[in-house]
Design a protein around this ligand. Structure first.
Ligand SMILES: Nc1ncnc2c1ncn2[C@@H]1O[C@H](COP(=O)(O)OP(=O)(O)O)[C@@H](O)[C@H]1O
Ligand SMILES: [Mg+2]
Length: 231
């Protein structure tokens, strides 16, 4: 009897390890795919946009001045402005796809700029307390924390109707605790059917890094996302 229970426990544990390993591989493939798309956007699409702008510039110069040239010139300036706008958008998409900023500058500065971005966007006042953040975090943890915060803040902006949101990093024994709290309308977290891709991807992110995510929300009482990640 004991042997049977022990064997099935072992099988369960191996199953969990296997799922974790699979999730890690899938996540790495996603990360690589995102990095590829981001670099294509950067190196190819943006370069082409720049080329077209140079062409437009040339035509403008050749056009010269005069009554006939003027409306065409106005038109070309409009095209140029559109292209500048397009380049800004593409750059923003590339940055969002692959925020290498975490690897390059570290979690705290990356979160600072993320929080600023959401804070500046308007409706919700967003702040960060990273004064008790542990240092020397593993890459996986830093990346997971960034993505979870990003996804959680997106939800705050989209669903919470909050006045304020607060992001904090704290150290616990062997762990980083990341919290994203808002004072918005909350939701029924027990109602699984309401969970979408966002919450699922936060959970998956945490799982891959070897941690977990907890959602504390009640209708009318705000939402708190808590991630425990290995430090
Ligand atoms: N901070 C929040 N405030 C209020 N509701 C939220 C918040 N975060 C999530 N929700 C609710 O949980 C649902 C699922 O969120 P998510 O999994 O990110 O999917 P999506 O954002 O695509 O709807 C949302 O549609 C929303 O109803
Ligand atoms: Mg969402």
């Amino acid at each position: 009897m004991f042997a049977v229970v022990a064997a099935s426990l072992l099988a369960m544990r191996q199953g969990t390890r296997l799922r974790r390993e699979q999730a890690r591989l899938v996540a790495r493939a996603h990360e690589e795919e995102r990095a590829w798309v981001a670099s294509e956007l950067h190196d190819d699409v943006l370069q082409r946009v720049a080329l077209v702008r140079a062409e437009v510039e040339q035509v403008t110069v050749r056009l010269g001045t005069g009554a006939v040239a003027e409306p065409v010139d106005t038109h070309l300036r409009g095209i140029n402005a559109e292209l500048v706008d397009l380049a800004v958008t593409v750059r923003r998409i590339a940055a969002r796809l692959h925020p290498t900023v975490v690897d390059q500058v570290g979690l705290v500065p990356a979160l600072e700029s993320l929080v600023q971005e959401f804070d500046r966007a308007g409706e919700v006042e967003v702040s960060l307390d990273a004064s008790r953040a542990p240092s020397g975090l593993p890459h996986e943890t830093a990346r997971a924390a960034y993505r979870i915060a990003q996804e959680a803040l997106r939800n705050v902006a989209r669903h919470a109707q909050a006045r304020t949101a607060f992001v904090s990093l704290e150290a616990a024994p062997g762990a980083l605790i990341l919290r994203i709290r808002d004072d918005g309308r909350g939701f029924d977290a027990a109602e699984q059917s309401r969970h979408g891709i966002g919450l699922a991807s936060m959970r998956e992110r945490a799982l891959i890094a070897g941690g977990e995510v907890k959602v504390t929300a009640l209708p009318g009482q705000g939402t708190t996302i808590t991630a425990h990640l290995p430090a």
